[in-house]
Each structure stands twice: as C-alpha cells, then as structure tokens.
Design a protein around this ligand. Structure first.
Ligand code: ZN
Length: 286
C-alpha cells in the first residue's frame, strides 16, 4: 500500500514481548539480576515503496517452537513473555494495517526475537543478508539452538520469498567509519548496514524520515549507555555470538560513525532508551 499523502518516510517503533536475562551479562558493571529485553521492531512507511517492517518481535510461536528438545534449552536460557495483543500483526491491525498491507520485511538476523512474527505475513517479501539466511536454513537441532535459531519460526516458502540485500543493490563504504551500507531503493532514505558479530551477517538500518535520521543498530550493542561507555558484554556471551572479533570490529566502526554523526539518533533493539520511542498500545509497559 503506497502512502501518497506523505513526502517522506514515516517511522514508528513497536515492541512485541520480552525475554528475561541477566543484566550482569550485558553490563558487567551492574549487579546481578534479571532484566527485560524487549523485542522492538519498526514500521517504516515509504512514500513510494509502501509499508516495510524491520524485524517482527516475538509471538506465541516461540513457545510451540521450543516444546521439543533441544529447542527447549532456548526457552530455558531466555524465558519469553508475549501477549497476543502485543504481536506485530495485532498491533498493525490496531492502526488499520493487515498482513496484505506489509510489502516488505527486512530481517536484521534470525534470532527468535526478530523473526518470531514472520509466519503472520504470508504476502510480504523478505530481505536479509545472504550470510544470515544461509546459516539460518542450514542449522537444525543443537547447532541451531547454539546460534539462537528456531527453524519452526520460518514458513515453508521462506526461501522463495527472500531476496538478499547484496544482490539488490551495490554496497557503499562509509570511509570515515568503515561501515558497509546498502542503499535499499537507491534514494538515500533507507540504508542497510552490515553489523556482523552478534549474529552472522547481521544488519542494522539508517532511516531518513520525517523527524530526522535514525540509525537502528539492532543487536550490535545492548544499550546506548553501554555503547557510549564502551562496556563490552561478559566473555560468556562469546559462546552464543557468531564471532567475537567481528562483534568488536562492528562496534568500533559504529562508534566512529556515531562520533561523526552525533545528530543521528542511535537506537538498539533491546536498549531501554528505545522504549521511550515506542508508539501504540505496547508503549504502556507493565
Ligand atoms: Zn540477536
């Protein structure tokens, strides 16, 4: 559905559920204790290219997909809470959009909190990086769990509905920072950013919208605070990361980029500060 009344991109941020994890792991400087990692996602309304989602949050499918071993271990490691009314499809309905209205879904990476809602969108085209999808469809059982992948969350026709960003447009390098970007529609408004490390081929996105420029760096860091203080997560997350070396490298590039562009709003999927920008019903956190 094309938004003809607007000249620029309209950006809205939502959350669909959260998992509980130890705050001490992502920030060794805080005391032990469970914190909520909200699964945030974006609705990007492009004046020409229609409605685009960036990630999809959790749905109840997380629970059915983790009923069997070894996938149950995933649910033990990160207990998930998601209410039906908070899922992406339900929140979109609230603002008058159905699954048919969502033209494109960009997936930053294939962890359950990002792809949990994918099956609710049978008409959308998916965009991700080649590396992220190749890994996601190749892994099963224990090797999938170790990488935070639940194969049951992807629809059977997923591969045929997916395009790789590397093949859609040419990459450009932001030389001062070293970040690799892809101008999705070659209009400068949406640039996907390579941020590997946390997960293979992970993408962030730079959005030029009606309220300014937002860089949504998905899981490149857990929070703006730890990013600004350059506090790396605990060594033990290395077990679940695709590559610690790539993670540190992506953080360095992002740090340089942020320093050069302090006027661009930097957000991360699970950052408490991102929650300040949540719109709609899910903004009421309890
Ligand atoms: Zn992740």
């Amino acid at each position: 559905m094309v938004q003809e009344s607007e000249n620029g991109i309209k950006l809205r941020i939502f959350q669909s559920g959260y998992c509980l994890s130890d705050g001490h792991v992502v920030n060794p400087k805080v005391r032990r204790g469970k914190v909520r990692f909200y699964a945030t996602w974006l609705l990007i309304q492009h004046p020409v290219h229609g409605n685009i989602l960036f990630d999809t949050g959790y749905t109840d499918r997380f629970h059915s997909a983790t009923r069997r071993m070894p996938y149950t271990l995933y649910a033990w490691a990160t207990p998930v809470v998601v209410h039906k009314e908070d899922t992406a499809i339900e929140q979109l309905k609230e603002i008058g959009l159905s699954a048919k209205d969502i033209d494109t879904i960009i997936l930053s990476h294939f962890h359950a909190d990002h792809i949990g809602g994918v099956k609710d969108f049978p008409y959308s085209q998916f965009i991700c990086s080649r590396k992220s999808m190749e890994e996601a469809i190749a892994k099963k059982g224990w090797s999938a769990v170790k990488k935070g992948i639940l194969p049951d969350l992807l629809p059977d026709d997923f591969v045929s509905r997916t395009k790789f960003i590397e093949e859609l447009t040419q990459q450009e390098i932001d030389h001062p920072s070293g970040l690799v970007m892809y101008d999705l529609f070659n209009d400068g408004m949406l640039k996907l950013i390579e941020l590997p490390g946390h997960a293979r081929g992970m993408l962030g996105i730079r959005i030029q919208h009606t309220d300014g420029i937002t860089v949504f760096a998905s899981d490149a860091y857990w929070s703006l605070d730890t990013f600004q203080q350059r506090i790396l997560p605990r060594q033990r997350v290395k077990l679940f990361f695709d590559s610690w070396g790539d993670y540190v490298d992506s953080s360095e590039k992002l740090y340089r980029y942020h320093k050069n562009h302090p006027e661009e709003r930097l957000l991360f999927t699970h950052c408490p500060q991102t929650m300040n920008f949540i719109t709609g019903k899910s903004a009421k956190i309890n």
